[in-house]
Design a protein around this ligand. Structure first.
Ligand SMILES: *Cc1c(COP(=O)(O)O)cnc(C)c1O
Length: 373
């Protein structure tokens, strides 16, 4: 039996875990304690912009809180990138609001500015104005931020940036996680750095951060008096300790994932029928959280490739199934062409862990060689 090669696994090596022992010894193990604020301040520094960071228990709850802070509720429409993970859209449904999906453009695979503006114009004609635009830096590739922000300003609709997988990526030298009126990060075990489970909401104003913390801690006024329906969304002091250590290796992790990308570039130079996702120009700097390829399905089918990798115990997966095609979201409005569906039909993501070994990479290459013989 072959040992498993994961798509993206947690990576700890040189971190100093004394802080975790000390944290547990201090008995501040829950959602109060000094590491939480330190973790938040450290992320604020990394983002190099006006950022008020709130540490939370997941990326999903960060998106939910952003929507709550924008006072989105039943009857409201929210535009959402269709090419993403279900956690991008589900919080819109938690709020009782209606998602409207926007297709992807062919260069970054993220929200297409053209379809975004078409959709806004069409909704305005119908006397409906979306309350927010939820844009994703999917797989760590920055979206076309200049174009998207210009549209957001023109129509005065706020942006929520789902940068769950894009910490360390940049657009025109600016960090992902800094482009939205709200941005969100995830520190789940499969992301570029992890707190085991965790997330963060990035706001732009201190008073907004204050309200976010209030909502994330059961909307507690004092003692057992609560002002409204709140949530139990705060990150714990123990997980913040893990996060503080992981932040010290973030830059290294970005370099390691980018090295994986270079290896895949060399691999696919030798094969026909595969196109690796690339940065389209120097405005885009991806952390290459995952490496994605599109296959020429007239030469080889996606299912043959998936089967082959599964037989060798290698975690290769389809790209996202567009959200507007999910069984539970059928019939939802969608503005776009068929490109996001094409990505699903022809796209795969490949093992991209920062601790992927040369032997493991060699095994991946061999499966491709065998397949193409
Ligand atoms: C991982 C991920 C999320 C969810 O983050 P969790 O911390 O697992 O809740 C949301 N959106 C995208 C694009 C993701 O990759």
């Amino acid at each position: 039996m072959y040992s498993k090669i994961w798509l993206s696994k947690p990576h700890f090596d040189n971190e100093n875990f004394d802080i975790i022992k000390k944290t547990i010894a201090s008995n501040w193990i829950s959602s109060v304690g000094p590491n939480i604020a330190s973790f938040e301040t450290s992320i604020e520094k990394i983002l190099e912009c006006k950022a008020e960071v709130v540490a939370l228990n997941s990326g999903t709850s960060a998106i939910h809180l952003a929507l709550k802070l924008l006072e989105i509720g039943p009857g409201d429409e929210v535009f959402c990138q269709t090419f993403s993970f279900c956690a991008t859209v589900n919080p819109i449904l938690y709020c009782g609001a209606t998602p409207i999906f926007i297709g992807s453009e062919k260069e970054t695979w993220n929200m297409c500015p053209f379809f975004l503006e078409e959709a806004i114009k069409d909704r305005l004609k119908k006397q409906k104005k979306p309350k927010a635009i939820l844009v994703v830096d999917s797989y760590g590739m920055p979206a076309k931020w200049d174009e998207i922000i210009a549209i957001s300003r023109k129509y005065e609709i706020p942006i929520i940036e789902d940068a769950a997988a894009a910490l360390g990526s940049k657009y025109k030298g600016q960090m992902c996680g800094s482009f939205g009126d709200f941005s969100t990060l995830s520190f789940n075990g499969n992301k570029i750095i992890t707190t085991s489970a965790g997330g963060a909401l990035i706001c732009r104003e201190k008073h907004v951060k204050k309200r976010a913390i209030y909502l994330a801690t059961q909307a507690k006024i004092e003692g057992f008096v609560h002002g409204e329906v709140g949530f139990n969304y705060r990150m714990s002091n123990v997980l913040a300790a893990i996060g503080l250590e992981q932040l010290t290796v973030l830059e290294k992790r970005v370099q390691q994932r980018r090295e994986n990308h270079s290896k895949y570039q060399s691999l696919f130079e030798t094969f026909n029928g595969f196109v690796l996702q690339e940065e389209i120009n120097t405005d885009f700097y991806a952390n290459f959280w995952l490496n994605c390829i599109r296959i020429d399905t007239s030469l080889i089918s996606k299912s043959i490739i998936l089967n082959a990798f599964s037989n060798y115990n290698i975690d290769v997966r389809s790209l996202w199934c567009p959200l507007h095609l999910q069984p539970y979201l059928k019939g939802t409005l969608y503005y776009g062409d068929h490109f996001s569906q094409r990505l699903y039909d022809t796209g795969l993501c490949l093992p991209s862990s920062s601790n992927l070994t040369s032997e493991e990479f060699h095994r991946i290459g061999q499966v491709f060689t065998t397949l193409l013989k």
